[in-house]
Ligand binder design. Sequence first.
Ligand code: ADP
Length: 539
Amino acid sequence: MLGDMMGDSLTITSIMNFAKQVFSSTEIVSVTADNPRHRSTFGEAFERTGQLANALARLGCAEGDRIATLAWNDYRHFELYYAISCSGYVCHTINPRLFPEQIIYIANHAEDQWVFVDPAFVPLLEQAQAQLTSVRGYIVLTDQSNMPETSLANAMCYETFIADEPSQFDWPELDENSASSLCYTSGTTGNPKGVLYSHRSTVLHCMGTNAGDVLGLSSAEVVMPVVPMFHVNAWGTIYGAAASGSKLVFPGPKMGDGETLAALINEEQVSLALGVPTVWLALVNYLEETGTTVKSFKKAVVGGAACPLSLMKAMDKHEVSIHVGWGMTEMSPLGTYNTLLPWMHELPEDEKDKYRLKAGRLIYGVDMRIVDEAGVALPWDGEASGRLQVRGPWVCKAYYKMEASEAHLPDGWFDTGDVATIDPYGYMAITDRTKDVIKSGGEWISSIDVENAAMGHPDIVEAAVIGVPHPKWTERPLLIVVKKPDANPKKEDLLKFLDGKIARWWIPEDCVFVEEIPHTATGKVSKKDLRDQFREYSY
Ligand code: ADP
């Protein structure tokens, strides 16, 4: 027997309409290339979203078209998120930190039609545009007076593009399963893979993560997403803040700048902010160097990489409580979040810290399990460590335009490539990674690409790259090399050899020579053994 309840679609449009009605005076403050402090409100932003939707329709965009953004976190990017998705197009956020070949691959694979670009990334696209096969034109995110000279084809300035359009727009009734946004992850081997979110998955993730034991967003909270909007929808906060009426503070291009972050926190009374450990290290260093305080700042959500204990302690001194979250692009992204159970607050400091450093408990809406190599589920005893697998309505069931992937298992679970333990209270802790990638400052480095580049050197027999701990970037690549018997290459020369072959920030800081690199039974380099061998190494 079916229930008698209304089956309204779960769409991003419903979040927009709700925020417009209920929280129209809630503020959005942004740093942009053309304004150090731009101030608007949800009401104004959604008026402009209507203008933008009319302008996109004028371009002849059709349902399902992919419209790309290469942009920092600010109010214009916020408007793009809503105008594109709620018009029935797909908002494809591209990571401008990728190197040009990857951006070209991603934009062509997605068949992007139009690209909205921050002035800072115009030169990047000028170089790439001849190879962007589907793009019809570019809209630069600025006003006419700041519009750069550009050779980009069909270049327009954003403010002029929307200026003459009415704010009234007839938003389409969308199927909740229709695609809303697209984000590529390079946290896998091979080419970057697209994760195509739906309106439904986005709304459910928003509801799940807004819960009290998770982000607990509310109209009393001032939220600063330092995690980029080109990185899994800024962990969903663009929707979560609108659904809960939280004031939004956007740092624009100043994400890694401790001074600007501290100023924004103090001027705008930021209470909750989200970012990778590297960002919080930059803030803490600035606070310590200058003696600045951040009284309004209560919660820092840390994700994307493990949180070092030293960072947690440094933030404690400033009375900022760190909450670790774990997730992936494939998971919209949040799967677990760390809030202590009431009794844990009474534990001795070091025991409490052990819990606080874990990746946290499941968020209602996602399911997880750990399994051994044979796929048998392991107990949640805090000891057994196994492959971490997840499922749920905001976990992707396939990569965009890909038939199958090894990570998508026949029984419906998704293998995350992480290895974890889960304790009897449900706290998951990441202990290792089976995927052969390195995460530095929140961004992926392909160890295979670095190895292939190094193997091009005539003095090398074999090269392998692993991630090792780094105080600023959490993890950095280390090049491990077996040299030819009669050769005697210098470290510096090997590292210099990589320059120009891979992105500069992918080049390892160090190189070590070994007699032999360990292999698995099938002849592959055993990264697990290498990591064990270099367990003591750190930058
Ligand atoms: P995000 O950076 O938003 O988490 P990505 O898809 O780029 O999303 O990266 C996901 C991967 O990052 C995870 O599979 C895991 O390897 C790593 N990761 C994310 N959060 C944590 C965490 N809290 N602790 C350890 N590793 C993490």
